[in-house]
Design a protein around this ligand. Structure first.
Ligand SMILES: [Zn+2]
Length: 1101
């Protein structure tokens, strides 16, 4: 199928010509500013009942299902949830999905010899009537700098593509107009139960609540915090100093804490928004577990602030904690960052000369570096850069921020951030201090990029407010020196974690609660998965993150729902069957979620017997929806994690689904069902989110199971989706191994509960679209009932106000969570970047991986809200538009060829790889659920994994040597060069390893050297390589040691264990291997060279 080495076949060339003809000129750039605003605001204000926006087709089993004890949540869920993300009417009235837009037809046609494929993508842009006319040109929804955008001067209307259009409405409405905001508040106040009404009593002795900051509606709850950060930032023009919220610092003195803790005053926060953004004290409720309160800082008042550098709780295998602060008499003297530093940085431009080069991609076809591509280093003075956030945690698509939106628009590159905020870290400074120093105006945490005006004052690097340095901060516990606030760890580390005092809590930290929900229908039992899962749980029971408070529970279901009483003292678990799935109730709720320590034996008993209990079942129905409702009810009082294992399409009760996939239609890009068929799962997810519960879905199904609908349960509750197609305990041993390994990680990795995340940025910049699994509450606060170290997030930004007077901008993410040990913690990352004024500098600083990753996220949204072909067009246009801009505006002379800045030399390659990725590829060989799963992955993976999945690394491994090898802990790890992804790089006498992130493929050539076969694979000859081989033997040979060391090292780089497939000529996996050779032509996609020619034609038009 792959036909390498056919450069620009005649057919393709002809196709390209035709394509050119069809391509329309780029017209007026579309901005979503005014259009979207008007539409959305009118929608919301006219129909506050969100039901009016519901498609009539929703079968509405929900209202009847109102969960009596939780009616408030039901309402909440109802109103929030009815804004079906993929609600057609909403989409239709909203001209552009918040992200990419595509030009009509600059997509390269597939090779013309494939009739199926040719009929496909390019002609089909105007998918059904629901989709608005595509804009003529694509941009990234930048609000334009023109007058039209500024209906809402305070903030770019955030659109929550990662979540819900309805949410976007909310956010939008909340963005500035007081009248509209009123209407926003209403639905918002129907938020979860645990968000009590507004604080009615304020902290005695604390300053009274601030008047609402200027620019905020008067009826906004008097938040402690003043405006949420972005709004706060952007509305800085107006608020008078007097309106500032009371100082957090002044309210929290050492003594104050003791007093607050003991006097039992009534102040409570009503929302996490206030907490994260806010500054009021909120003593814990009276029934506070004393143990807990001690662990969160109440007991510290009399102690000097202590600092720890601890390993993260629950993170296995971490080295013992040790202090790692630059504690010596370092020469770091805080001078005002900015002018001085920047001047210095400009003179000693840190870019390597290579980075300034212009590359003609048609001449230099192999631009792929032989070592993993490193993120670009921001062009900052080294004193600043050495303090900057690790790009693995936090990076920006443009490491040089354009000064104005006009400049950004010119570059035609997306501006956004990619985050991996909860990544496992070996070194993490943890600060325990009664004073967390934050900007009084915008609530930014003090960080390395603030400016100390003198010892007593610091200037916020986000909003420029001058703040006092609190007395306590004057003392540096590391050096034991008074009077060097700039040497405190908070100012020396761009990544830091704070132990949060009680005002960062809405309630006592929840215990870790794990609820497992198992499909035990006939189909499920057939797969044999239950055995694996129960065994995994037994093996890892003691490793579940938690403490003596950990709770656990189990539910199984087929056509009925089964609960298990695990009450301490029972001689064996007791099964309780509830057959009324129309009105699920919880029998003996207090005995179903039990303390793991106290009931461990019963839990173990249950896990041992469960797999046998249903072996004779004939029940084929699946009441997943009711089972999830039961799980939700059971976990509601505490929140926690629900892990659902499902093996088929749910058939019974609420949430029942129908098959929608038509295999013959798979190729027809516009017809496929990427949108959910019901909003049941999304609504339930929002209910869960409101109760601080996340749902992780494990789908083990060989049949179509409508992941597009099911996946919503995880997406909006901040869970994750795991997919094991065709799982079978006998027929598919590889999947069994994969599930076991992944469960091991899943069960034992760190977990954060009841988390919220907020991202702040320097005044003038504005975040407007979020990607990932979460629910967006109150404009820009991401609600994450669970947060795990393997989840990634992305946001899009625009330049709202000119940054002409600014030389540096900063971005700060703050993740507030409850650890499995019951501590409230805040993890803060701060990234600092330079501002530039020329297009060339913007291009020089482009981070091609971050750009590709952000575009992939945008393209998923585009696929769902418009169509797959639209998304594909948009991806291609992203390359064409930016390279055209570079050619016309930066290059002085118009050379022939395809000239690109060095920073973007891999841009066309990565976009081509995205087009061939499962999410976006055309052709009939992607099953719908697999495609949806790939899209879920795009949204939920950290960038590094997304890029590896998209553009795998290929190595030749039959001749590994120690040359250039790494030495880690006495292990020698070979570092073979990375090869281009083309059959041209393979040879039959070699063996090649492809690292595609979640899977490793070792292709062995037919004439592979005998040495490799015997010394590494341990086989006599090629013919005796087993048909299915997923492990390498550890032989006592240097060759084996090198190969095994290399593969182990690759595996250690990622959280989930990638399965290794050894592939020979006849292997089934061979097709997958070849498909990943993205530089080659396939039946339905161009080769890299053909793609370059196409891009060149478009760019040089
Ligand atoms: Zn500030």
């Amino acid at each position: 199928m792959a036909q390498p080495g056919i450069p620009a076949a005649r057919g393709a060339a002809a196709g390209l010509q035709a394509q050119n003809g069809a391509a329309s000129a780029s017209g007026s750039p579309y901005t979503n500013g005014p259009v979207q605003n008007t539409l959305m605001s009118s929608q919301v204000s006219s129909g506050q009942g969100y039901d009016s926006q519901l498609p009539g087709s929703y079968p509405r089993p929900m209202p009847a299902k109102t969960l009596n004890p939780f009616s408030a949540q039901s309402n909440f869920g109802g109103s929030q949830g009815s804004g079906q993300t993929l609600n057609r009417p909403l989409v239709a009235s909203n001209p552009v999905p918040p992200s990419l837009h595509s030009g009509p037809s600059r997509m390269p046609p597939p090779p013309s010899q494939n009739p199926t494929a040719t009929s496909m993508p390019s002609g089909s842009f105007l998918p059904g009537t629901n989709v608005p006319p595509p804009p003529l040109n694509w941009q990234y929804n930048y609000p334009s700098t023109g007058p039209q955008t500024n209906h809402f001067p305070h903030i770019a209307q955030p659109s929550i593509s990662g979540n819900t259009n309805l949410t976007a409405d909310h956010q939008y409405v909340s963005s500035g107009d007081p009248a509209l905001q009123t209407s926003f508040i209403k639905p918002g106040s129907a938020l979860p139960l645990q968000n009590p009404p507004l604080p009615t009593t304020f902290q005695p002795g604390a300053p009274p609540g601030p008047p609402p900051a200027a620019g905020l509606p008067p009826n906004r709850p008097p938040p402690a915090a003043g405006p949420p950060p972005n709004r706060g930032l952007t509305s800085q023009k107006t608020p008078p100093r007097a309106a500032l919220p009371p100082s957090f610092n002044s309210a929290v003195s050492h003594d104050g804490i003791t007093a607050n803790a003991s006097n039992g005053s009534m102040v409570t926060h009503s929302t996490y928004d206030e907490i994260e953004g806010g500054g009021f004290l909120a003593p814990q409720p009276a029934n506070q577990n004393p143990q807990t309160s001690r662990s969160v800082g109440y007991a510290y008042p009399s102690l000097p602030p202590g600092y720890q550098n601890t390993a993260l709780p629950g993170a296995a295998g971490m080295p013992p904690p040790s202090l790692n602060y630059p504690s010596g008499p370092q020469a770091f003297t805080q001078t005002p960052l900015g002018a001085n530093h920047l001047t210095a940085s400009m003179s000693g431009l840190s870019l390597h000369p290579e980075g300034l080069r212009v590359v003609n991609l048609l001449q230099e076809r192999n631009m792929l570096p032989s070592t993993p591509l490193k993120p670009p280093v921001p062009n900052l003075h080294e004193d600043i850069q050495k303090l900057n956030c690790n790009p693995e945690l936090f990076r920006c698509t443009l490491t040089s921020i354009p000064q104005t939106q006009a400049l950004l628009n010119k570059a035609k590159l997306p501006l956004g951030l990619l985050l991996h905020p909860f990544k496992d870290l070996v070194q993490l400074p943890v600060v325990t201090s009664s004073t967390i120093v934050r900007c009084r105006s915008c609530r930014t945490y003090i960080n390395p990029f603030v400016n100390f005006l003198d010892q007593r004052r610091w200037k916020c690097n986000l909003c420029y407010r001058v703040n006092d340095v609190p007395e306590e901060f004057m003392y540096n516990p590391l050096t034991r020196v008074y009077g060097e606030p700039h040497k405190r760890p908070e100012v020396q580390n761009a990544t830091i974690e704070f132990m949060a005092p009680s005002e960062y809590m809405l309630r006592p930290p929840q215990p870790p609660v794990y609820l497992f929900v198992f499909d035990v229908s006939h189909n499920a039992i057939e797969t044999g998965y239950l055995n694996s899962v129960c065994q995994s749980l037994l093996d890892n029971l003691d490793l579940l993150p938690g403490n003596t408070r950990t709770k656990i529970g189990f539910i199984t279901f087929d056509s009925t729902i089964h609960f298990y009483s695990l009450q301490e003292g029972l001689s064996q678990p007791q099964m309780l069957i509830v057959s009324d799935i129309d009105d699920v109730f919880i029998p003996m709720p207090e005995n179903l979620l039990v303390n793991l320590n106290e009931s461990k034996e019963l839990v173990q008993d249950l896990l041992k017997t469960l797999p046998q209990m249903f072996t004779k079942t004939l029940e084929t129905q699946s009441a997943l929806g009711p089972a999830l409702q039961a799980a939700f009810k059971l976990i509601s009082p505490t929140g926690g994690r629900i892990s659902v294992f499902q093996t088929q399409l749910p058939t019974l009760g609420v949430g029942a689904l129908k098959p929608r996939e038509e295999p013959n239609q798979r190729s027809s890009a516009k017809e496929i069902h990427l949108t959910p068929s019901t909003d049941f799962y999304k609504k339930l997810a929002l209910d869960c989110s409101g109760q601080q519960a996340a749902v992780d879905l494990f789908l083990l199904s060989g049949q179509y199971s409508d992941l597009a609908s099911l996946g919503c349960i995880s997406r909006y509750s901040a869970g994750s989706v795991y997919y094991y197609p065709s799982y079978h305990h006998q027929h598919n041993p590889v999947q069994v191994q994969k599930l076991q390994k992944e469960l091991q990680r899943y069960l034992t990795r760190k977990i954060g509960f009841e988390a919220v995340m907020r991202i702040r940025c320097t005044k003038g910049l504005s975040i407007h679209t979020f990607h990932g699994n979460f629910f967006v509450r109150s404009t820009d606060l991401l609600s994450l009932p669970n947060v795990n170290p393997d989840a990634g997030y992305a946001v899009q930004m625009s330049v709202e106000e000119s940054l002409t007077d600014t030389q540096l901008v900063s971005f700060q993410s703050a993740l507030l969570y409850t650890s499995s040990k019951g501590e409230r913690r805040i993890r803060v990352h701060t990234l600092c970047l330079p501002v530039v004024s020329t297009l060339n500098e913007v291009f020089l600083g482009a981070d091609v991986q971050a750009i590709s990753g952000l575009l992939a996220n945008m393209a998923v949204d585009r696929s769902v809200t418009a169509s797959l072909s639209d998304a594909r067009d948009a991806l291609v246009n992203a390359v064409i538009d930016s390279l055209s801009a570079y050619r016309s505006s930066v290059l002085s002379s118009q050379q022939p060829g395809l000239m690109v800045p060095f920073s973007l030399r891999l841009f066309p390659l990565f976009v081509l790889a995205l087009l061939k990725q499962k999410s976006f590829q055309t052709g009939t060989n992607v099953r719908l659920d697999e495609r949806i799963f790939a899209m879920c992955q795009v949204k939920n993976q950290p960038l590094v994994h997304l890029m590896l999945t998209t553009h795998p690394s290929l190595y030749r491994v039959d001749n590994l040597s120690d040359e250039g090898a790494l030495n880690i802990n006495d292990r020698t790890i070979p570092q073979p060069p990375i090869l281009q992804l083309s059959v041209e790089k393979l040879s039959r006498d070699g063996a090649f390893l492809m690292d595609a992130g979640s899977v490793l493929m070792l292709w062995v050539g037919k004439n592979c050297a005998q040495n490799f076969l015997s010394q590494v694979l341990g086989v006599q000859n090629y013919a005796s390589i087993p048909q299915t081989m997923t492990e390498l033997p550890e032989l006592d040979t240097p060759e084996s040691a090198r190969t095994v060391a290399f593969i182990s090292w690759l595996r250690e780089q990622r959280p989930f264990f990638p399965i290794l497939y050894v592939i020979r000529e006849e292997s089934l996996m061979k097709a997958v291997f070849l498909q990943n050779l993205v530089e080659d032509r396939t039946e339905s996609a161009l080769s890299y060279y053909e793609f370059l020619l196409h891009i060149q034609q478009q760019v040089n038009k």
